[in-house]
Ligand binder design. Structure first.
Ligand code: MG
Length: 160
């Protein structure tokens, strides 16, 4: 099943679902003092069970791995080698994931891109591997999982 493939690919690239869940926890704990790590993990799993998210992940990880093996056509190989700041396709793909779960995730995505907490920073700092896509995709999944929790908040105001 493609959920298991997505989870296995993330693990192969050094990312556990628990590591993504801790970022979700950090994002949401201020708004939900009762929040549990398990709820964050369940939200990450729910995001990752969406087929479109899995496909986005497969695409980004494949490009990272091909870049590592120097198997991409030019000029794409050179752009990924440099992690060119103006490339932007990695961020666009992350945005695609997050926007499936409401606009509230977009501010979290921007925040995660700037601050790079937890596993996002670890991926970003690894110079022997190519993680042009994966750092953004993990941020996208974390922001989406965080948005899911925000939307389900029972303390949210009611207007009707
Ligand atoms: Mg990137």
């Amino acid at each position: 099943m493609s959920f298991e493939i997505a989870e296995a690919q993330l693990l192969r690239r050094g990312v556990s679902l628990e590591a993504i869940a801790s970022i979700v926890y950090q994002l949401q704990i201020a708004y939900h003092p009762e929040l549990k790590q398990e709820e964050c993990l369940a939200s990450v799993k729910s995001v990752l069970s969406k087929r479109e998210v899995q496909y986005t992940l497969f695409t980004g990880i494949a490009l990272d791995e091909l870049a590592e093996k120097k198997e991409l056509p030019e000029p794409l190989q050179a752009i990924l080698d440099a992690d060119e700041p103006l490339y932007g396709v990695d961020e666009t793909m992350a945005l695609g994931i997050t926007s499936m779960f409401g606009m509230i995730g977009l501010t979290s995505l921007g925040y995660l891109d700037k601050v790079k907490p937890g596993i996002i920073g670890v991926l970003n700092d690894k110079t022997d591997k190519v993680h042009v896509f994966l750092d953004d995709l993990v941020a996208g999944i974390a922001a989406a999982a965080s948005a899911r929790i925000a939307h389900k908040n029972e303390g949210a105001r009611q207007y009707l």
